[in-house]
Design a protein around this ligand. Sequence first.
Ligand code: ASP
Length: 315
Amino acid sequence: MQAETVNDGEWALAVHGGAGDADAEHAGSEHPQAAHAALAQALNAGAMLLARGADSLEAVETAVRVLEDAPLFNAARGAVFNAAGQHELDASIMDGRNLAAGAVAAVTGVKNPISLARAVMERSEQVLLAGAGALGFAKTLELPLAEPDYFWTELRWRALERARSNQPQPRGLGTVGAVARDRRGNLAAGTSTGGITNKPVGRIGDSAIIGAGTYASNRSCAVSCTGQGEYFMRTTLARDVAALIEYAGLDLAAAVERAISELLESLGGRGGLIAVDRAGHCRCQFNTSAMYRGARSSRSGGWTAIYRDDLRAFD
Ligand code: ASP
């Protein structure tokens, strides 16, 4: 992701659709085309809001919802299956203005977990709600629910079957996230996922954990991660990027490079992140072969990419 500076009154938005190994299953299929299109759609939806002066939080939720609704990503519709053949969803969102945060873990049947995470942040006293409690909260608020069929995709079912029969499983792509800086300089981040194929029932990953998969502070940056969640939780990776800026005085590029290349890799973890800082610099860093990603700002048109060098511009 190219570095880009945004001045006062300008905005920047980055999104991702997961880091992993470019799957043989995806190669030569419609998948890459559709992924570029969905990333661009998410960027356009968020950009339209930011251009009109909306908050970064609004743009992040909107962009993540577009990706949650797209069946090709591992979030909400299209999420991976757990070991019991169910979808247990994790999501989190954070407001850099005041460190307000909301998250849901192992929730089932909620159409847009990112919006439930935002509701936890804004309409409850809690930061994290899990399982039946999270679903109950969604019902109380009358947020849209969906039947298991809605989340079911052939691609993810085949991945579960492969995992169950111990066939080699490429590191899956598809968790989604967004980070934004709005015209007032406020930062926000959000992440949503179905987790890891064939995960044990009740397993919760970094995408539900503030500081691990998601973090935002106006003092430093907004970060959304993807990859093997256990490593991101052990390294509190998203918060570490912010801390490297806040306490060690690194710039965003150096902070994300160090977080992925040193911290994550020192434990053998694989994945990536997107981040935006107070000045509107956007960065993406990953140590997998591919990461669905893209960015757009008030100063330049949008672009999306999957591999290292396949940036595609769009208006
Ligand atoms: N981080 C997610 C999790 O561990 C999965 C991913 O990003 O691919 O649940």
